[in-house]
Design a protein around this ligand. Structure first.
Ligand code: FES
Ligand code: FES
Length: 154
């Protein structure tokens, strides 16, 4: 059985019909083709699937899509505007904070939530905000530097 679902994703309105067990992550990737949001652990452990739901960061692998009915979602695809990278995207490239890139979309989403709430965070606040995002490649130092750089440039 399918249920109606209305979502606003990256400022685009979608009307869908989905089964009750579908996660927000699976709908974003499989139904909307927004594959920037990654599936890592599928168990709320790694942050690869992080999106903003009404501006707040959320692991979309562990959230039923129907719970998001009528709400607004931002994925990594929604960060750039008018063909320009978001300052966080530019900074993570400039700082060399991307290796395999699997964690990057989730990192960027968590960092955006932080800078939206606190435009000039200290290093400890950045570390805390990224605490739910695992990276197996970079050792985190360059990612943290990128968030601080983006904050400086804002
Ligand atoms: S895939 Fe959702 S937290 Fe890891
Ligand atoms: S860059 Fe590979 S997991 Fe972070």
């Amino acid at each position: 059985m399918k249920y109606p679902l209305q979502l606003q994703v990256n400022e685009v309105a979608y009307t869908l019909e989905i089964e009750a067990h579908r996660t927000l992550l699976s709908v974003l990737r499989a139904d909307l083709g927004l594959t920037g949001t990654k599936e890592g652990c599928d168990d709320s452990e790694c942050g690869a699937c992080m999106v903003l739901l009404d501006g707040r960061p959320l692991n979309s692998c562990s959230y039923l899509a129907l719970q998001a009915d009528g709400r607004s979602v931002t994925t990594v695809e929604g960060l750039s505007a008018d063909g320009e990278l978001h300052p966080l995207q530019r900074a993570i490239l400039e700082e060399g904070g991307v290796q395999c890139g699997f964690c990057t979309p989730g990192m960027l989403i968590s960092a955006k939530a932080l800078l939206d709430a606190q435009p000039h965070p200290g290093e400890a606040e950045v570390r805390r905000a990224l605490g739910g995002n695992l990276c197996r490649c970079t050792g985190y130092r360059r990612i943290i530097a990128a968030v601080l750089r983006a904050a400086e440039q804002a």
